[in-house]
Design a protein around this ligand. Structure first.
Ligand code: IPE
Ligand code: IPE
Ligand code: MG
Length: 243
């Protein structure tokens, strides 16, 4: 993108979250197995991450696997888990070099040890990066996240370290997986489905939404830039009335 077309960071979204949907349909349309679509989808991620700085986007959060995706066939689930491992192994160097700080959100308890250790290593390896903050949601569900946060909060109360009188939304937010992240300003979902499928339920209370028909493996940096550019025209009121 040319310099003069760059997005003004004061009006553009600081945090964009993406529900990367449509890999299965993309593959099926080509007569291929669903996993072929997931591989094609994983290849799109680098381009979108690299499109963040020229678009003034500091935080990018992507939905890779939901708490409900375990309902898929064993073949698809195993294929996705192995794809996540390979993605981390293959991309670690480029992520580090490009100043990307990677974080993972979601419940790690159900993930295999090898994948969890790769996730931990990548978080540590990139922990001093600050150019782009990439958060990858694996075994993530908004309801599950709030339930896990509540459980930890309840432990604090039971241990006498937290007074129930002091519990408010801000307190609960500190127990969420996303506690260090700002709320998403813009949530994009590809593939034509207009639903949020348990993604960032708490955090997207005041997010703007864009639902586009493009299937995730066809989603380009150019389309990302257009959606980010449109964001500046939104009138965000957060419940207030402008003077
Ligand atoms: C999104 O693509 C990726 C994951 C949920 C892992 P889908 O696999 O949901 O693709 P469709 O929606 O079936 O086309
Ligand atoms: C949401 O997509 C989850 C991810 C993109 C990882 P799904 O394809 O699982 O959502 P539904 O089933 O269509 O609501
Ligand atoms: Mg889907």
């Amino acid at each position: 993108m040319a310099k003069d077309q760059e997005i003004d960071p004061s009006t553009g979204p600081n945090h964009v979250a993406v529900i990367m949907d449509g890999n299965g349909r993309w593959a099926q349309a080509r007569g291929k197995p669903r996993l072929f679509g997931h591989h094609a989808g994983a290849k799109r991620v680098r381009e979108i991450v690299e499109a963040c700085p020229p678009n003034g986007v500091k935080y990018l959060t992507i939905f890779a696997f939901s708490t409900e995706n375990w309902k898929r066939t064993q073949t698809e689930v195993a294929g996705l888990m192995s794809l996540f491992r390979r993605y981390i192994e293959k991309e670690a160097k480029a992520l580090l070099k490009n100043g990307v700080r990677v974080r993972f959100i979601g419940d790690r308890m159900k993930l295999d040890d090898k994948l969890v250790s790769l996730m931990d290593e990548l978080e540590l390896l990139t922990s001093t990066n600050d150019e782009i903050h990439l958060t990858i949601a694996i075994n993530y569900g908004g309801r599950d996240e709030v339930a896990r946060a509540t459980k930890r909060l309840a432990h604090e109360v039971a241990a006498g370290r937290l007074d129930p009188k002091d519990v408010d939304a801000e307190t609960l937010a500190k127990f969420l997986d996303t506690y260090v992240l700002p709320d998403p300003d813009l949530v994009i979902r590809t593939s034509g489905e207009a639903r949020i499928s348990n993604f960032l339920l708490w955090q997207s209370a005041y997010s703007e939404y864009e639902f586009v028909d493009t299937l995730w493996p066809d989603f380009t940096a150019e389309e990302f830039g257009k959606l980010v550019g449109k964001f500046g025209a939104r009138d965000r009121r957060f419940g207030a009335v402008k003077a």
